[in-house]
Ligand binder design. Structure first.
Ligand SMILES: [Zn+2]
Length: 174
């Protein structure tokens, strides 16, 4: 085999790698778009979060959005911030619980998530600390989200801390 032939093979490998990457990015965009659709189901007046959990063969295993537990009505409690935060189930937790409800395994899955607000902004909505602990325990190994909306709020610090823990346990955040 000549040096040129080696180059050609190596370029072919690079092309296959590039195609795989482009294919994965296309699927990532698709699942993040589905997360945006899930956001529309949320009744939260300030932040709507959508989540899709996908298996290794790109099959959807579960979905969720932030909202009150099943059976709790979407009433004035949604507009009382403290009450809302106490009652609401985050989108990631709802997706994990929805899978548990019907016995769908999430080990080795990828979790997609995005958040929107009434100002038309879309951002990462990466899992908070509580959700991250459950994401890890459910066996989810990868989280894909839009760029993180950096904020000095309580959530910003907590989410940064949650990223570190997820990555320390071998999780991948994209
Ligand atoms: Zn959360």
């Amino acid at each position: 085999m000549t040096f040129d032939e080696v180059q050609i093979i190596s370029d072919d490998v690079k092309m296959v790698g590039q195609k795989e990457k482009e294919k994965q990015e296309k699927w990532d965009r698709h699942f993040l778009n589905l997360c945006l659709q899930m956001c529309k189901m949320s009744k939260d007046p300030s932040t709507q979060v959508g989540c899709v959990i996908v298996g290794p063969d790109l099959e959807i295993r579960s979905t969720g959005f932030n909202g009150f537990p099943r059976g709790v009505s979407d009433d004035s409690r949604l507009h009382d911030r403290d009450c809302k935060l106490q009652h609401i189930v985050h989108a990631e937790m709802n997706a994990i619980c929805n899978a548990a409800r019907v016995g769908v395994p999430l080990k080795g899955c990828t979790l997609y998530i995005c958040a929107t607000d009434n100002g038309g902004h879309t951002w990462g909505g990466a899992p908070c600390m509580n959700c991250t602990k459950h994401v890890i325990q459910a066996g989810i190994r990868e989280v894909v989200c839009y760029p993180f909306k950096d904020t000095l709020s309580k959530w910003g610090d907590e989410i940064r801390q949650a990223h570190k823990i997820f990555q320390k346990t071998g999780g991948v955040l994209i």
